[in-house]
Write a protein that binds this ligand. Structure first.
Ligand code: ADP
Ligand code: ADP
Length: 228
């Protein structure tokens, strides 16, 4: 089963900046994939297409076999969890618990299921003891873990993380790395954007290299070795 299929995707922002130039690739379900590329390469714009935040202007995006379009975008957003680079863009409720409950509540789940999902996700990221705290009291790394718990609680098939290690101290990085490992043991398809070539080489089994709004190459971690 292919989790992500992108065919000839082209995207131009309203100010006519071209951000994606004919991108095509496929990612099988259960893959750990990393997108690498300099700032401005098009990584964020691509990731926003994979959960229906942006809709293709030309080309096709399919998630778990379903084409992303205006009609399917809401359903796609439940299948694909997106963790933003900056948790302050994502973590905004008055308590950690409410923040994690936000997605599941929006999905129309009953209270018991919402509680179970929040408790499990907060346990998985090691933030259960903070459940009644306001998120603004937390460290950057802790907020990041709350943002990841919020996405996990929606039980998506695919989880996309924009620079999950950015601005974390070494301990924070280790925590996020083991979370990613745990998610892939659960069978999730995971795609990260990162500048960390060493982490990508050690962790990923598929690599996408982007530059100047184009996909330069896709393949295994040998792509990184060749470029070192
Ligand atoms: P990356 O995530 O790799 O840094 P982006 O997808 O953010 O790349 O950016 C790709 C291109 O699109 C860049 O030229 C960037 O300046 C431009 N861009 C990004 N967001 C917007 C926007 N909201 N409006 C106009 N141009 C944008
Ligand atoms: P941790 O939970 O990993 O200890 P910290 O809050 O100590 O996280 O932040 C780790 C590093 O990230 C620190 O060097 C801090 O200055 C930096 N940092 C924290 N918040 C931000 C932010 N919003 N933007 C950029 N850097 C940040």
């Amino acid at each position: 089963m292919l989790a992500i299929e992108v065919e000839h995707l082209i995207y131009q922002y309203p100010d006519s900046t071209r951000a994606l130039d004919d991108i095509s690739f496929q990612i099988p379900a259960g893959t750990k994939a990393a997108i690498l590329g300099p700032n401005g390469a098009g990584k964020s714009t691509l990731m926003h297409h994979l959960n229906g935040l942006l809709l293709p202007q030309q080309g096709t995006v399919r998630i778990m076999g379903e084409t992303v379009n205006r009609k399917t975008a809401a359903a796609i957003r439940r299948k694909v969890g997106l963790v933003f680079q900056d948790p302050d863009d994502q973590v905004f409720s008055s308590t950690v618990w409410d923040d994690v409950a936000f997605g599941p509540a929006n999905m129309g789940l009953d209270e018991e299921e919402i509680s179970l999902r929040c408790d499990t996700a907060l346990g998985a990221v090691g933030m259960r003891e903070f459940k009644n705290k306001p998120p603004y009291h937390l460290s950057y790394g802790q907020k990041k873990r709350v943002a990841i718990a919020g996405v996990m609680a929606m039980h998506p098939d695919v989880i996309i993380l924009d620079e999950p290690m950015a601005y974390l101290d070494p301990r924070g990085k280790d925590e996020v790395a083991s979370l990613l490992q745990g998610l892939s043991f659960m069978g999730k398809t995971i795609l990260i954007a990162t500048h960390d070539v060493d982490f990508a080489a050690a962790w990923a089994d598929a690599i996408l290299l982007m530059k100047d709004r184009k996909l330069l190459a896709s393949g295994g971690t040998e792509l990184l070795v060749e470029r070192k």
